[in-house]
Ligand binder design. Structure first.
Ligand SMILES: Nc1ncnc2c1ncn2[C@@H]1O[C@H](COP(=O)(O)OP(=O)(O)OP(=O)(O)O)[C@@H](O)[C@H]1O
Length: 436
């Protein structure tokens, strides 16, 4: 009897153990299968970490392929041949030492070299909310702008990482490109291409103030629009700037305008009032202020304000919006008369029709309802059309001038011929007399 019971217990136990073992095997097999699948996916994602960035739709530049930094490829290092090619492109290492290429493909500089290039950080260009910016002349002779992030800011650390990773994959002729960085001795430094004509704000109302022609303003508007269009519609994934303002539009030696500070796009931008909102007073989308939702159309709003700055020369922090609202009173849905608020520098001679047309575009950009604002590519197209009109007008004028000059020359020539004829006529009787 006992034996029978024991046998039953042993049998049941053996069955249970066998079942548990079988289940364990199944679980193990599933786990191994999933692990292998995960590894394969990760490998694939590393292999495909080079993505294609489209240039803006209205841009003629061709597509470029560049590396994207993601956590899964944080340890990625370029193969030696790529590194050599990169340094050949960059003109080699500085001071004979080759700086290690960073994970993001942006060269990492030594603090000591930057110290030397900025004469021990004395060549200050200006002070931003994240720290001072210095002019630096590198050992290679290259001139760059060095932005030293405030070391006591924990926000700056995040900002720094965001900016390096983001900028390493964003390249466009209308963006202020990152050319290097340094993270050493507790310092976090960003190195940008140098923009010798400073910011648009300084050109319009700062210490660098000078009169800008209508052609220059239209060109600047076109450049900025291209830069934003690349961020919104060319970059993959798209980038929203979040702090577009004339201080963040820089101009190079040939007055080409470029959008700066877009690395700040994802993180805090101190608005001075600790409201939790990000951006700069005078440029912030009212819809964002009430809903706390920032969209591409909020960037379009800020760009509309910059366009009005270009047209009126009025600082958004000194009542620009009031002037715009005053001009628009009584216009209803009809055309606004912008004549009253145009920059006096534009009021010399005939005001080109294109000035008013650009003001109309800007006014659409700052519509209270984001839905009614145009997309940035539409704005670029509108500005392109204005430039074409301007160019055609210029060509027609040149042609007309050329034609006038030709006609005048012809008249002059005929006049000379006529006077020659007259003098010959006067001489003929005299000659006749002597002959006959
Ligand atoms: N790449 C550059 N080339 C030349 N000057 C620059 C460059 N980057 C910044 N500057 C100058 O340095 C100053 C500080 O610039 P920064 O971008 O740090 O701050 P900001 O845009 O003025 O203000 P905020 O940080 O609040 O946006 C500005 O006067 C700007 O004109």
């Amino acid at each position: 009897m006992v034996d029978k019971t024991t046998a039953v217990v042993i049998g049941v136990s053996a069955g249970v153990v066998a079942a548990v073992l079988a289940a364990a095997c199944v679980f193990l097999a599933i786990w191994l299968y999933r692990r292998r699948a995960r590894v394969a996916t990760r490998t694939r994602s590393m292999e495909s970490s080079t993505v294609t960035l489209r240039d803006g739709p209205s841009s003629l530049a061709s597509s470029v392929s560049i590396s994207v930094v993601s956590e899964s490829v944080a340890d990625w290092a370029p193969p030696p041949e790529k590194r050599a090619a990169f340094w050949a492109w960059r003109g080699g290492g500085h001071n004979g030492r080759e700086s290690p290429l960073s994970v993001s493909g942006i060269p990492k500089y030594h603090y000591k070299d930057l110290q030397k290039a900025t004469s021990n950080f004395t060549t200050i260009l200006g002070q931003g909310s994240f720290g001072p910016v210095y002019k630096a002349v590198m050992a290679t002779g290259e001139v760059v702008a060095v932005k030293v992030l405030a070391s006591d800011s924990s926000q700056g650390e995040r900002e720094f990482q965001t900016e390096v990773a983001l900028l390493s994959r964003l390249h466009h002729r209308n963006l202020v490109n990152l050319v290097g960085y340094c993270v050493e001795k507790g310092q976090r430094i960003l190195i940008y291409e140098f923009m010798s004509n400073g910011s648009l704000a300084r050109l319009l109302y700062g210490d660098n103030k000078r009169s800008l022609s209508w052609q220059e303003r239209l060109q600047i508007a076109h450049d900025i629009s291209h830069g934003i269009e690349y961020l919104h519609e060319g970059a993959v994934p798209p980038v929203i700037h979040r702090d577009l303002k004339s201080d963040n539009i820089l101009l190079d030696h040939s007055m080409k305008a470029k959008v700066a500070d877009f690395g700040l796009s994802k993180e805090e931008v101190y608005d001075g009032r600790k409201s939790g909102l990000k951006g700069t007073y005078g440029y912030m989308d009212p819809d964002y202020m009430s809903t706390n939702k920032f969209t591409k159309k909020s960037d379009v709003y800020s760009f509309g304000i910059i366009l009005f700055e270009l047209i009126t020369g009025i600082n958004p922090q000194q009542g620009l919006m009031e002037y715009i609202n005053l001009a628009a009173i009584g216009a209803g849905d009809g055309r606004v008369d912008w004549g009253e608020i145009l920059d006096k520098d534009l009021l010399v001679g005939n005001i080109p029709e294109e000035v008013r047309m650009l003001a109309d575009v800007a006014y659409r950009c700052i519509n209270k309802s984001p839905r009614k604002r145009p997309w940035i590519s539409e704005v670029t197209q509108a500005i392109s059309r204005l430039r074409q009109r301007q160019l055609m007008k210029h060509d027609r004028l040149t042609l007309a001038r050329c034609e006038t000059r030709t006609v005048l020359k012809r008249i002059e020539h005929q006049h000379l011929e006529l006077s020659d004829l007259t003098s010959m006529k006067e001489l003929t009787p005299v000659m006749g007399m002597s002959l006959f």
